[in-house]
Design a protein around this ligand. Sequence first.
Ligand SMILES: NC(=O)c1ccc[n+]([C@@H]2O[C@H](COP(=O)([O-])OP(=O)(O)OC[C@H]3O[C@@H](n4cnc5c(N)ncnc54)[C@H](O)[C@@H]3O)[C@@H](O)[C@H]2O)c1
Length: 210
Amino acid sequence: MKFESRLYETGPPATHLFPVEEKIMMRLKDKISIVTGAAQGIGRGIADRFVKEGAFVAVIDYKEPKTTLLDGQQLYQGDVSDAEVWLRITSWPLEKHGRIDILVNNAAIVQYAPIHEVRLDDWNRALAVNLTSVMLGMRAVIPGMLTRAWGSIINLSSIWGSVAAPGAASYHATKAGVAHLTKNAAVTYAKKQHSRFELIQSIRASSRRP
Ligand SMILES: NC(=O)c1ccc[n+]([C@@H]2O[C@H](COP(=O)([O-])OP(=O)(O)OC[C@H]3O[C@@H](n4cnc5c(N)ncnc54)[C@H](O)[C@@H]3O)[C@@H](O)[C@H]2O)c1
């Protein structure tokens, strides 16, 4: 078994906590997915694993990826905090595949300023990129998921969304917001059963806190 190492702002990498399951099981065969902030880092890792598991991935970022995309990945460049951009982001996979099964809201920025040094422009930018984009993404895909009564949404929060470290005020606030907004989505669109046997809707929303 291999272990993934990862850069942590708050301490040394806890590599033993993140075993990487190498066995490919095609668990996402033919799933149409969107992963934001996938030019690098965790988002790129998610996008790569998704295609290995059989998914098509719309890779969203405002940067060019540093390495060549894999088969099954397609780059769409844009700023996820822009509502207009979400119209484009979702229209591409919809035109090609007719649906969006999975959304991963991963794109984010980190600002380290403590509250008394926060510049309002920076604060508003952090809210837009880290939190508003998550709402925009979910708002864009949920209607289609409701029509098909199936969908999966994964929002990247952070341990700093629940545990406080000094400084990084906007990051703490936005990541806590992501976690709670996701809980709201989960209870609003959760699995609904018409009878014991008939599942009429299964939309899952969960947040991850690396
Ligand atoms: N790396 C960690 O240790 C860690 C810890 C906790 C949480 N997280 C969360 O995991 C996610 C990924 O983290 P990472 O370390 O891979 O980050 P990263 O900075 O390496 O990658 C983020 C990506 O998002 C893109 N991006 C940023 N703003 C964007 C925008 N407005 N529009 C489009 N793309 C945009 C960037 O270009 C970049 O490619 C983030 O949500 C982060 O908050 C990471």
